[in-house]
Design a protein around this ligand. Structure first.
Ligand SMILES: C[S@@+](CC[C@H](N)C(=O)[O-])C[C@H]1O[C@@H](n2cnc3c(N)ncnc32)[C@H](O)[C@@H]1O
Length: 218
């Protein structure tokens, strides 16, 4: 088997993210991970959330072998075979067997993708999540964001510059822009959690029908 790849940042942030997921999530559920990268998050979270099934996905075919390797190394039985998934695709996953209904998940998790991809992936993530979230389910995004009313950390400004130098279509996203896009797909920002190294963990859920959009910032 191909050896697993390692991301130092995923190694650093996997425990702080898991701590939040353990507070947020019920004991059982089904998770869809977008942009699983090396597979470190999938293996770590699935091993500490034994009541959950975890579906890793990646846009890059070459990443799937590393995800498999991390899962095999951890000896996990609650992680499904990783799938190729580009959030910009019209259809993310096959429909539920024998139906035209989308497969639904209690958690959709996406870390560190929005700034390392064109801005359109934000809308694509919200559109697909609105389609695939089970009733009461949440989308959790993690990464650096700019915010209108919060002084920007120097490290995030420098990171943004370095991203744009690598690819002009990349860059740290404005949280309020993402909120606006989310609302067009019937999702709203329900929780905002500051995380180490000037990152945020954002919890998005379906906007209740007949209720004005409200955001709860913790
Ligand atoms: C910085 S890595 C983050 C990986 C992992 N989530 C983590 O936090 O370590 C960004 C990932 O986003 C994925 N990605 C970029 N564009 C994507 C798209 N359109 N759909 C799905 N994944 C995408 C890349 O393939 C890459 O693995």
């Amino acid at each position: 088997m191909t050896p697993p790849e390692y991301s130092p940042s995923a190694e650093q942030n996997k425990q702080p993210i898991l701590d939040k997921l353990l507070q947020l999530l019920p004991a059982h559920g089904a998770a869809l991970e977008i942009a699983s990268g090396t597979g470190q998050h999938a293996a770590w979270f699935a091993s500490h959330l034994p009541g959950w099934t975890w579906q890793p996905t990646e846009a890059q075919l070459t990443a799937l072998s590393s995800i498999r390797a991390h899962v095999a190394q951890a000896g996990l039985h609650n992680v499904r075979e990783p799938l190729l998934l580009d959030v910009c695709a019209d259809q993310w996953l096959p429909t539920r067997p024998g139906t035209t209904e989308p497969t639904r998940f209690d958690l959709i998790f996406c870390a560190n993708m929005l700034h390392i991809s064109p801005k359109e992936t934000g809308a694509a993530l919200m559109r697909g999540s609105a389609r695939h979230l089970a009733p009461g389910g949440v989308l959790v995004t993690y990464g650096p964001y700019f915010e209108n009313a919060v002084a920007t950390a120097k490290s995030n400004l420098a990171f943004d510059e370095s991203l744009r130098a690598r690819n002009p279509a990349w860059g740290v996203r404005l949280r309020e822009d993402l909120e606006h896009v989310a609302e067009t797909f019937g999702l709203h920002l329900a929780e905002r959690h500051p995380m180490p190294a000037n990152n945020l963990l954002l919890v998005w859920s379906a906007t209740p029908v007949n209720h004005p959009t409200t955001s709860l910032y913790l």
